[in-house]
Design a protein around this ligand. Sequence first.
Ligand SMILES: Cc1cc2nc3c(=O)[nH]c(=O)nc-3n(C[C@H](O)[C@H](O)[C@H](O)COP(=O)(O)O)c2cc1C
Length: 225
Amino acid sequence: MTNATTPDSFISLSVDDFNPSEMYFLLRDSVLPRPIAWVSTVSVAGVHNLAPFSFFNVCCPSPPVMGFSCGPRGDNHDLEAIVSKDTLQNIRDTGEFVINISPEGLFEPMVDSAQDLPPNISEFDALGIESFPCDLIKPRRVAKTPVAFECRVKDILPLGKNHWVMGDVVKVHILEQVYQGERDGKRHRVDLLKESAMRPLGRLGRAFYCKLTDVMLRTRIDGPN
Ligand SMILES: Cc1cc2nc3c(=O)[nH]c(=O)nc-3n(C[C@H](O)[C@H](O)[C@H](O)COP(=O)(O)O)c2cc1C
């Protein structure tokens, strides 16, 4: 940094200075980069749904729990009425979902699957995205994802107009290309950086995304490297 930073270098605001959609844009455009869960579900009528969610992370490794935040349909945070997205409705109805890691090779279909299609149209069919059946749950998984996690819902926490959806991971599918096997005494290690097409994408602000092309290494003295 060239200039010294002082408290006066900041624009300090109360949370009350933001309306809901302004706060949504601040958070969306400053908490970066975010991982992208490509979430597949199935409706009661049997329509297979797929949509990306970047308010997403691991909640706990043991037991393995993953979570993502589902906003109101249309992503308008200023509206009073809340209509559920298909993903949340399907998870409420069936209790099942898959978290597919979003790879660089599927950038365009991943973004296109965010279209607000009606519940009777499958993003898999509309966009020609290949899928496989799961082993323990009914939703399908994305065929060309490096890792897919079959999940059963653990809890759905309402937060304002969003819902934080948590799922217990019940089965994992690791593509052979990213599977490393045993390393340092730990089995089932993976390397998602090996091939560019398999590298996970990151969500940036506005309509920007990033690829993992400039990776830095700094080994921790006492950490799990
Ligand atoms: C990369 C990306 C990340 C997204 N992340 C979220 C998110 O974290 N939460 C959310 O509610 N919507 C998110 N969206 C928007 C949903 O994908 C979009 O509303 C989609 O239509 C929901 O589909 P559904 O109605 O089939 O569930 C994201 C869109 C993109 C392109």
